[in-house]
Design a protein around this ligand. Structure first.
Ligand code: EPU
Length: 418
């Protein structure tokens, strides 16, 4: 088990380069299940979740090799296996989206039901409704979802909620269906556009990605192509908060400014100075952080994946902030740990009320999921004294590439202990 010890109170200064987007790389890698030939995907962050996806694809029969720098090479020809491995898929609950491409390619898919995790239940009803609309027969057996359709048929699909994974899975499935599919109320996240751009490069006919209505004209086959993954907007936001919370001054490079507008707006409201460049943001902390209210929403609203990090920052603000979480039902697991560090936070249903305190004090804390871990690292960087964070490998390494060396280069006193 990897743990981190942080000696807080040092302002972060310097330049940090953001890695490729985890939440783009994962569906793009899954979508290689639809292709024939060899694809080289670059700017793939080498993270535990990405390694899990690589292992899933290998079990399904693809050849997948990683090469430096950050390139995943995938070879696929002919049939793949249709049973997704339980131990791997349940490790990474959002990976249920592989059901779409497996079914489209093989006419049959057997994927374990995800069950619950630290941030919520992760139901799959939107995937199932969508696949049924495309003509699939769905059964549940021994904890697996079994989907069958000798050939999927294009159809209109309406999502009750703009689920990221369901949009991705159904978009992938529809690329090889007979006829046209229109996904209404689809998710609009940049990662959806990235997946559509990759699939279009492979010969798919997808239009409208990034809007609430995506049209997919089915094609008979897709040829593998090379592609570069977009930068990780959540990693970018996390380093921006790291600059702000430590009283630092950081140039965050390798970003797509258009993907982080809601994060930039909230940080500016809190008094943080941000100067945007073409692919960078210079973030300078204010003398004191202002309280702000935030509600997480589907893109382009404020991302749920930045909510815990903002909770840490607003714990040190002047005044009262209210954060409302509207995407996941249980994403306040970091609050109890922040309270152990001296934060004054009350949970009221789907909201938290944060009374800013003048300082946090380092403490041993436990992390329960990836972004909660990021929030605790940020709090530890700002706190007085030593913070010991558990379970780095189970959570933080899932989503932040080389986080310790990036922080150390910015002047943080953060070290791994085995
Ligand atoms: N939902 C349903 N039924 C479904 C699908 C989703 O009720 O069939 C609900 C979920 O329970 C949740 C909400 O809809 O309450 C949104 O879930 P969504 O499907 O959009 O999330 P996801 O695809 O499982 C992705 C990211 C998450 C990110 C969310 C929201 C990946 C691999 N994961 O998950 O990322 O929080 O979208 O933006 O893309 C993270 O990186 O830390 C992370 C958790």
């Amino acid at each position: 088990m990897r743990k981190i010890i942080i000696n807080g109170g040092r302002p972060l200064n310097g330049t940090v380069k953001v890695s490729g987007a985890k939440n783009s790389a994962l569906p793009i890698l899954a979508s290689t299940l639809l292709l024939s030939g060899k694809a080289s995907i670059t700017n793939v962050p080498l993270l535990n979740d990405v390694i899990t996806m690589m292992r899933v694809l290998r079990v399904l029969g693809l050849r997948v090799e990683y090469s430096e720098p950050n390139t995943m090479n995938v070879w696929i020809n002919g049939k793949v296996r249709h049973v997704a491995p339980y131990e791997l898929v349940t490790k990474m609950r959002a990976s249920f989206f592989i059901i779409g491409p497996i079914l489209a390619r093989m006419g049959l898919a057997k994927v374990p039901l995800p069950g619950g995790c630290a941030i919520g239940f992760r139901p799959v009803n939107y995937y199932i409704k969508g696949l049924e609309a495309l003509g699939a027969k769905i059964e549940m057996e021994h904890g697996f979802v079994i989907a069958k359709a000798s050939k999927l048929k294009g159809a209109p699909i309406y999502l009750d909620f703009p689920s990221v994974g369901a949009t991705e899975s159904l978009m992938m499935a529809a690329t090889l269906a007979d006829g046209d599919t229109v996904i209404e109320n689809s998710a609009k996240e940049p990662e959806i556009i990235d997946l559509a751009n990759f699939l279009n490069k492979c010969g798919a006919k997808i239009s409208g990605a990034g809007t609430q209505s995506i049209t997919i004209k089915g094609v008979s086959s897709l040829r593998a192509a090379d592609y570069r993954v977009i930068p990780d907007r959540i990693e970018a936001g996390t380093f921006m908060v790291a600059a702000a919370i430590t009283g630092g001054d950081v140039l965050v490079e390798n970003i797509s400014p258009e993907h982080i507008s809601s994060i930039v707006t909230k940080l500016q409201e809190a008094g943080v100075s941000i100067v945007m460049g073409k692919n960078s943001a210079r973030v300078t902390a204010p003398q004191g952080i202002n309280a702000v209210d935030i509600k997480t929403l589907p893109y382009p609203g404020f991302p749920t994946d930045m909510q815990p990090q903002l909770t840490s920052m607003l714990s040190l603000a002047k005044g009262t902030s209210v954060i409302t979480e509207s995407i996941f039902e249980n994403r306040f697991m970091h609050v109890q740990e922040l309270k152990r560090m001296g934060a004054d936070i009350q949970i009221e249903g789907h909201s938290i009320i944060i009374e800013g305190v003048p300082h946090l004090s380092g403490a041993p804390v436990r992390t329960s999921d990836l972004r909660a871990g990021a929030a605790l690292i940020l709090a530890g960087l700002a706190a007085e004294g030593e913070t010991l964070i558990d379970d780095m490998d189970r959570f933080i390494d899932r989503g932040y590439e080389k986080i310790l060396s990036k922080l150390e280069r910015l002047g943080a006193d953060a070290k791994e202990v085995k």
